[in-house]
Write a protein that binds this ligand. Structure first.
Ligand code: ATP
Ligand code: MG
Length: 218
């Protein structure tokens, strides 16, 4: 079985995340695609929802998309987990099966700032997905890593337990959680950027400064 992990803060989950996960199911029909929310540092103000609310929103998505899996392992510790530590854990569970860590070009281009980043490929493959306003790095350590480990066809990642990097283009959606939070804060509706059930939840709980009187444009 191929394991594909999309890590993120999902604050809130939106159609950019979900379309990316769906493309994975389409391209790797045998795979298990997990959404894995990351912990925010404890005792610090978070951009928006609490951990429980971020989990609630992901669970609402799973009700209508049962093909995705929710992996809350990073929220079960008090400290934010380093990806390399999380991947080590996952690797212990899945043996030699292919593991694919999914990320947008924005996250990939900053990979060299991650804790023990060079070790990531000893544990997993990486699949980079094109995201608006960011490109694959052309020079520097991450570009070199990409050149040394890239596969020409992303489907090939399903035949490697770890160590390879793929890049795939899919129809790009210029949606981010930051934009959604900003829209809500400014009193504008974020409708059609995220599932309606998530917007309903945001309204019900007054998240991100949502005002119960109708937002502009909705
Ligand atoms: P924020 O604006 O709060 O950073 P975000 O929209 O970037 O939120 P994250 O939870 O940070 O969402 O993203 C998790 C992962 O999903 C990252 O690897 C990111 O690159 C990727 N991702 C998020 N949105 C998109 C999108 N619209 N297209 C492609 N990749 C995306
Ligand atoms: Mg982000």
């Amino acid at each position: 079985m191929v394991h594909i992990i999309l890590g993120g803060t999902f604050d809130p989950v939106h159609l950019g995340h979900l379309r990316m996960a769906q493309e994975m199911l389409n391209r790797f029909p045998e795979a298990e695609v997990s959404l894995m929310p990351a912990a925010y540092p404890p005792h610090r103000p978070t951009p928006g929802a609490t951990t429980e609310q971020r989990i609630d929103m992901l669970k609402l998505v799973l009700e209508t998309s049962p093909n995705f899996v929710l992996d809350t392992r990073e929220l079960e510790r008090d400290e934010p987990s380093y990806s390399v530590v999380t991947l080590r854990n996952i690797r212990l569970e899945i043996g030699d099966n292919p593991l694919i860590f999914l990320m947008g070009t924005d996250a990939f281009s900053k990979l060299d700032s991650w804790y023990h980043w060079r070790e990531l490929l000893d544990l997993s493959n990486i699949l980079v997905v094109g995201r608006p306003s960011s490109e694959l790095p052309q020079q520097g350590p991450v570009a070199e890593l990409y050149q040394a480990h890239k596969v020409s066809n992303p489907q090939d990642l399903a035949h490697h337990s770890c160590g390879k990097i793929g890049f795939c283009e899919m129809p790009q959606l210029d949606i981010s959680s930051t934009y959604i939070r900003q829209q809500i804060k400014s009193g504008f509706s974020p409708r059609f950027l995220l599932p309606d059930v998530i917007l309903d939840y945001i309204q019900k709980h007054g998240l991100y400064g949502y005002q119960s009187h109708s937002p502009k444009g909705n």
